[in-house]
Design a protein around this ligand. Structure first.
Ligand SMILES: [Zn+2]
Ligand SMILES: [Zn+2]
Length: 319
């Protein structure tokens, strides 16, 4: 008897809490609580897509994020509650080929509610922006290319691409919530203006630099390198967890010396050990270059991109 009564009490209490949470969510908009029937319930697969959806959705959407802050998103695994988020969401914003567990959950449960960011514009090949010498075919070696002809998912590191994704996302949100389609379009336009300004800052800030080679921890900066004419020497491949071979480490160290790289970059969500090893070997410093795969410790995508720009300008001696 008590065993049957207890859940009902809890259910009533939970319902009351959810009702209260729904009221307060109008002002704090953290998206962590229950459903709000007045707003579009969206789940984003990882931080840059959450940022994009919140900026374009504004107060019309509640956005959840499948990747918890501090977690490395490439190897995300979904628990049943997170699969439930995918099942329940009115719109799922994700990027095929980036997080296999999310791809699978969307395939099984996403129906026609999924918006695939990878489908907006053709992705770059995995090797795009990689560093190669004239007449020397693919000396980047095995580590950067184990995906063999794969596509590079890290498109958010080119702000002009992110703006285009934003325009398409606004159209999709407008289809889900036609009464506010004009609002989504307007917010996407405002974000595009901010991203265009960021793009200009990058183009000008990186126009005249002593060096253009960036030695990065994993090969996350292909879009950035391609757009701003830098050359990426990635220590590991497209996913951070792949261990570089001793040959790869030796090759990166040789490249770093040859191009007088004074800085080896590491990132926030993975161990800096390998970058530190190479830096020690070639007498370089280390610095954080954030691939923005998770939320920055402070600020947002835009401020993290600007911090990256300052880091690059210092490391590459840009005037
Ligand atoms: Zn990555
Ligand atoms: Zn080289």
């Amino acid at each position: 008897m008590t065993a049957r009564a207890t859940p009902r009490v809890l259910t009533a209490a939970t319902a009351a809490l959810l009702a209260l949470g729904g009221l307060s969510a109008c002002s704090d908009g953290d998206g962590g609580g229950g459903k709000d029937p007045g707003r579009v319930d969206v789940v984003a697969a990882f931080y840059p897509l959450q940022f994009l959806t919140e900026r374009i959705g504004g107060d019309r959407v509640v956005v959840g994020n499948l990747t918890k802050p501090g977690a490395e998103p490439h190897d995300l695994e979904l628990n049943p509650r997170q699969v439930g988020q995918v099942v329940d969401a009115e719109l799922i914003v994700y990027l095929t080929g980036f997080q296999p567990a999310v791809d699978e959950a969307v395939e099984q449960n996403g129906g026609d509610r999924a918006f695939d960011v990878a489908g907006v514009a053709p992705l770059l090949d995995a090797a795009a922006g990689d560093h190669e010498h004239e007449g020397e075919a693919g000396h980047e070696g095995e580590a950067g290319h184990e995906e063999g002809g794969g596509k590079d998912p890290h498109l958010w590191l080119d702000p002009t691409r992110l703006a285009t994704v934003g325009d398409r996302l606004a159209e999709r949100l407008g289809a889900v919530d036609p009464g506010h389609a004009a609002d989504y379009t307007a917010r996407a336009g405002a974000l595009r203006a901010e991203l265009t300004k960021l793009d200009t800052e990058y183009a000008e800030g990186l126009r005249t630099c002593q060096r253009r080679e960036i030695v990065t921890s994993h090969t996350a900066f292909g879009y950035l390198a391609e757009h701003y004419k830098l050359e990426q020497i990635g220590i590991t491949g497209l996913t951070p967890e792949s261990e570089p071979s001793p040959q790869r480490l030796a090759e990166v160290a040789r490249e770093a010396r040859e191009h007088q790289a004074g800085t080896i970059f590491f990132e926030t969500l993975v161990s800096p050990k390998v970058a530190e090893t190479i830096a020690r070997e070639v007498g370089a410093k280390t610095a954080v270059l954030d691939p923005i795969e998770g939320p920055p410790a402070e600020g947002d995508y835009l401020s993290a991109m600007r911090a990256n720009l300052q880091t690059l300008r210092t490391a590459l001696d840009c005037s």
